[in-house]
Design a protein. Structure first.
Length: 416
RNA sequence: GUGGCUGUAGCUCAGGGGUAGAGCCCCGGUUUGUGGUACCGGUUGUCGCGGGUUCAAAUCCCGUCAGCCACCCCA
């Protein structure tokens, strides 16, 4: 084992079991997005590094897989999709009726330390509504996010949407006399309040002319903090989803481009990092594509949600069932007489032609072993091809029952 | 970038100065065309790598690398 090759740090191999689990999550994402009338799109995996600088500033480059290509372009593996989306939407905005409801499932790359729920490569579901400034769009996204979680098998005991509104804080700051130039500093302080010692927060706030008590008091103001919050909550109430949501004004979400309501999904009791997050970003399309287009969206990565699924009973069972369903065969064709191996593959193809998932042994194997292989493949039934051909026998592996069939009647007998 | 923990068979791990073990997995067998259990047998390791101490190191010491976890960051 001296010099074996391994995956690069933070990168993953997906063996069939993991790949099936991943695809199950993809299917749920795609399925639920479809129920909301979202259309799937995709962008390039490699983009000009500048696209991300434009949005997030130079410090972001430290977290990028970027390099110079053979045409001496500074390029980066995409760390997120929103800038690409903004570019795409702006470039052909006249081609689409508003609002755009678009989703995407893709792979992303960030050059950072690998830890639980976080790698250098991951998949992310992105879901955005563009060209709509009503906060009902925001509510629609929250609702979609809740339905994703429910579709995966989670209940209100398992997760919560924490909903906030940056504008509530902006209004608060304005009314409290915080200078315009200190707004982003202020939001940073709010964002970090939960993990900063109180006396330090107090000190920082004092620097802006604010008191910790006033901030803490406003933090408790709930849905009254802004009209948008109240409206979103009322909308979710009509949907019967309000029990999944709580107003939590401590949610501000790191970077500066959010302009309104923001939300994150958190597990209850497991203490993992955020499962998903998003919000309104009304200026970004303008910034990237010079087109004025309000927008909101959210993203969910595959790593935290998969951890959470595996650590929660019902979702874990749903995943296992789905993985089993998609990996198991419908039929295993047992070649009981190797003289009939040729006829057996004919039977195999007949079944495959009818849409069944079928496998058979490539080399002569004892019949007992073949049944064992059939069991382990998850096949529900076996078809035995032997010297009696074209007479066949269909065996139900679960019930251990057997019935006689023939080449001509096989498909009919099998579909009963 | 900082810190903590861990590196022994494909996997989960035990052992603890005298040149390696268990369980699982995998493969084969338990007499010639019928199955998950059981039983028998088998493969695999320079005990992460480099150096030091010692008659002797997987075991002790130093370094290094890797992994995990946390901090920073989190689009």
């Amino acid at each position: 084992m001296a010099h074996s090759f391994k995956t690069l740090p933070g990168f993953r191999d997906f063996y069939p079991a993991e790949c099936a689990a991943r695809n199950y999550v993809f299917d749920v994402w795609r399925h639920v997005a479809g129920r909301y009338g979202f259309a799937e799109y995709e962008g390039p995996i490699l983009e000009p590094t500048h696209l991300y600088r434009r949005k997030s500033g130079d410090e972001i480059v430290n977290q990028l897989f970027n390099f110079e290509d053979k045409g001496e372009r500074d390029v980066a593996m995409r760390p997120e999709l929103t800038p690409t989306l903004a570019r795409m939407a702006a470039a052909r905005q006249r081609d689409f009726r508003k609002p755009l409801r678009w989703f995407s499932i893709g792979q992303f790359f960030r050059y950072e330390r690998h830890q639980k729920g976080r790698g250098r490569e991951f998949y992310q579901f992105n879901c955005d509504i563009l060209g709509e400034d009503s906060v009902i769009a925001d509510a629609e996204l929250v609702s979609l996010a809740i339905d994703l979680m429910r579709e995966l098998g989670f209940t209100k005991e398992d997760f919560r949407i924490r909903l906030s509104d940056r504008n509530a804080w902006v209004d608060f700051a304005n009314q409290s006399g915080v200078a315009e130039g200190n707004l982003s500093v202020f939001l940073q302080i709010i964002d970090k309040m939960g993990r900063t010692p109180e006396d330090k927060t107090d000190e920082q706030l004092a620097g802006l002319g604010l008191s910790l008590d006033a901030v803490k008091s406003f933090m408790q103001s709930g849905p009254e903090a802004s009209d948008s919050l109240a409206e979103i909550l009322a909308n979710l109430e009509f949907r019967g989803l309000s029990e999944y949501v709580e107003v939590d004004l401590s949610i501000v979400r790191g970077l500066a481009y959010y302009t309104g309501p923001v939300f994150e999904i958190f597990d209850i009791g497991k203490g993992m990092r955020a499962v998903a997050g998003g919000g309104r970003y009304d200026q970004l399309v303008q910034l990237i594509g010079s087109v004025d287009m309000p927008a909101c969206g959210f993203a969910m990565g595959d790593m935290v949600i998969t951890d959470l699924i595996r650590e929660t009973e019902i979702p874990a069972q749903k995943l296992e069932t789905a993985v089993m369903d998609r990996s198991s065969l419908d039929f295993y064709v047992v070649v009981a007489d190797s003289e009939r191996a040729g006829e057996a593959v004919g039977v195999v193809q007949l079944l495959r032609g009818a849409g069944y998932r079928v496998a058979f042994p490539f080399t002569p194997v004892k019949v007992g072993k073949q049944f064992q292989a059939a069991e382990q493949s998850g096949a529900k039934r076996a078809v035995v091809v032997g010297s009696e051909y074209p007479q066949l026998s269909i065996k139900n592996l679960e019930e251990r029952s057997e019935k006689i069939s023939s080449l001509d009647s096989l498909l009919a007998d099998v579909s009963d």
